[in-house]
Design a protein around this ligand. Structure first.
Ligand code: ATP
Ligand code: MG
Length: 274
């Protein structure tokens, strides 16, 4: 695998999207990486910035840990140019990635962060910037929300998680990020149909945040991820993870795509009306 450095471009970035959640471990980094690849496959130029300063993981998820020379702090502090900081994905050159520091972050202001990320996005000619954030309640959200104009709030399909997403939505609103979408991850349709988990309608009723996608629980995705592979590389997609990310990416691009189009019509109807 070859991770290159980016070439210079010019142009305006339209969307700076935070990927966040109220709890750790719900799948923010998984969603960031896989949605970024789906968006790139749709023809968007996507720049992913890992802002999990205490627990960098996206380099592993993208499978490029041994290619990292510079990180987002190097970019903000002027130790690296955008061309040096952005790693180009060998699977799709429209996907660029700036890793988080491995050990500790420098101290900088929200304005310094915004300036650096906007400069990098314009250099890469990104249509969309996706900013992965930590699950811990440190000050990262306040630091990085300054540049964001939308947010993807990731939750599992437990009522407590959806309620937490609602709370995160209020925090983001106070930080000025008003356009928000809810992404339900690790959706276990068999448990829903068995009556052990709430259905989508029940979850939608618990929140005012519009639902943008439902990603299934997928053992294949989890195993692939451990090898630095994305859902787009799954040879068989029986569990629907690849299709779910593609479908969600289309919806993020304002296409009208039915929810969970990757399950059979009969099952889908049951799931939507459960
Ligand atoms: N849809 C899914 N199906 C199966 N496993 C998943 C799914 N989504 C995420 N996982 C697994 O859950 C674990 C946590 O995912 P991830 O690191 O993306 O969460 P996170 O919200 O970024 O965590 P943190 O808060 O620590 O940053 C990983 O092992 C990942 O492979
Ligand atoms: Mg993470």
């Amino acid at each position: 695998m070859h991770y290159g450095v980016s070439a210079a471009h010019g142009g305006k970035t339209q969307s700076y999207c935070l990927v966040t959640s109220c709890k750790g471990g719900v799948g923010k980094s998984t969603a960031t990486a896989n949605l970024a690849m789906s968006l790139a496959t749709l023809g968007k130029r996507v720049l992913v910035v890992d802002c999990d300063f205490s627990n960098r993981s996206l380099d592993l998820i993208f499978g490029c840990e041994d290619k990292v020379l510079f990180d987002v702090c190097d970019l903000v502090m002027g130790r690296a140019t955008p061309a040096q900081a952005i790693l180009i994905d060998p699977r799709n050159a429209a996907l660029g990635f700036i890793p988080a520091p491995l050990i500790k972050r420098d101290s900088f202001t929200p304005e310094e962060f915004s300036d650096a990320v906007i400069k990098a996005a314009e250099h890469f000619c990104a249509d969309i910037v996706m900013i992965d954030t930590p699950g811990t309640s440190d000050d990262t959200l306040t630091l990085v929300a300054n540049v964001a104009n939308c947010a993807l709030i990731v939750a599992s399909h437990q009522p407590t998680s959806v309620r937490g997403a609602e709370k995160t939505g209020y925090v983001l609103e106070e930080l000025g990020v008003k356009q928000q979408f809810l992404l339900i991850n690790r959706y276990d349709s068999d448990e829903v149909l068995a009556g052990n988990r709430p259905g989508l309608n029940e979850l939608i009723d618990k929140t005012h945040i519009p639902l943008i996608g439902v990603i299934p629980e997928s053992r294949r995705l989890e195993l692939a991820q451990e090898k630095g592979r994305l859902a787009s590389e799954l040879r068989r997609d029986k569990e629907g993870a690849r299709a779910a990310f593609d479908e969600t990416a289309r919806r993020l691009c304002n296409e009208r795509v039915p929810l969970m189009s990757y399950v059979s019509e009969k099952k889908r109807r049951k799931l939507l009306y459960t």
